[in-house]
Design a protein around this ligand. Sequence first.
Ligand SMILES: Nc1ncnc2c1ncn2[C@@H]1O[C@H](COP(=O)(O)OP(=O)(O)OP(=O)(O)O)[C@@H](O)[C@H]1O
Ligand SMILES: [Mg+2]
Length: 465
Amino acid sequence: MNPVSDNLPTLLVVDDEKNTRDGLRRYFEGKFDIYLASDVATAMNVLETEPVNVLLTDMRLMGGTEGLDLLVRAQSISPPPVCILMTAYGSEKVAVQAMKKGAYDYITKPLDLEKLDVVLTRALHSRRVETENRHLREELDKKFGLEKLIGNSPAMVEIYDRVRQVAPTKATVLIQGESGTGKELVAQSLHMLSPRKSARFVAVHCAALSPQLLESELFGHEKGSFTGATERRTGRFEEANHGTIFLDEIGEIDAATQVKLLRALGEQTVQRVGSNQSIKVDVRVVAATNKNLEALVREGKFRDDLFYRLDVVPIHLPPLRERREDIPLLINAFVQEFAKQNSKKITGLSTDALEALQHYDWPGNIRELRAALEHGVALCRGERLGVRDLPPRITGKSNDATGRLTPGETTSSSSSHLNLEAMEKNFIHQALRLTDGNVTESAKLLGISRRTLHRKIKAYQIKHS
Ligand SMILES: Nc1ncnc2c1ncn2[C@@H]1O[C@H](COP(=O)(O)OP(=O)(O)OP(=O)(O)O)[C@@H](O)[C@H]1O
Ligand SMILES: [Mg+2]
């Protein structure tokens, strides 16, 4: 196989005549990264291992119609290449059939190379539009999957494993962790990775409502069941039917609602306030709290029977200060996010800014880190985010409105910084994590060739399984 450069689109030429293969390679070199194959087996091997954008195949290989087989098989590759068929003059009828089987276009032999060039350019364009659409769809799909959770620390890796493991089940999950550690994100991931994902994820913030309103929020009420109940209302449990209900700040619910919740969980039914009719619901329950629920049980503030019902699978999210190794990854992600949002170009952080962020205690955890970087990006004037852009609470320095360098802050030329390479490394880490270390899949996710990815893994000394 031929060595390829990094950014050109890839073209696989399949033809059993060496002259044709060589001629096409000469003509399209420089415009495409070109792979050549003379038979279906070799072609499939390339398709399965390299991200091929365009497949150009002769219809007749070795005198048969294997070109058509290849075309059909190529459609099963994800993402499939755009397929263009070469046919002998006079066999256009078969070519039309091929198009029905998914070919993008066909061209007759003897080849008019200029015309082929136009066809290939058009094919590539259509591929790009398709890919963009697919990426958009995937983005939406991913929105609340595990992909949103950032961090490679052993503690987080353990959490991803547990989420993957329990998401498909109906087991009740109790997520505990300080404020801002990502409890809601984990709850959303549990839903998105479950067979329930096409039904609703309904979040109820239990602390925000008075006991009476919480009960009616959860279970619904009949018209006139209490002052203000002017209409009949379905509860959140019913809304979450076949989906997931997320009971946030579960430690805050009052004794009476705890009893009703216990019954609902045990019987898988709910009763609207003011009605004695039981309604069957099929709901997966995920609860979260930033309180120590066991301590509340010991203090008699939370029912132990309800605690055990909820705590079937416990997930403890560690505070950020106990997994500081994740801070750089999170910084990268948030800086990129806010730079993009504000149409700013920010290539990295000054060493001092980075150090300040690494050493701060983060009582508000990831939410606080995220807010600090939103603040930083908003104030940042150059391409590098410095200490003076960060909230003074974090740097322990007073904000200098004149923009002078505060003592200890170095000038940009002398400070090393978190740069694009670090971001790239981060992306590669994430891709490998998402694909369980599969290089081919990761390369596809990243939109680069496998070869390029291998080289980068080596260059950055990234460990993967
Ligand atoms: N591992 C993570 N990677 C990326 N972003 C995260 C991560 N964990 C949390 N965040 C972000 O931090 C913010 C807080 O997360 P979330 O609301 O899930 O926390 P929480 O534990 O529910 O907090 P609280 O107890 O205050 O409700 C959100 O903006 C979320 O997107
Ligand atoms: Mg929350």
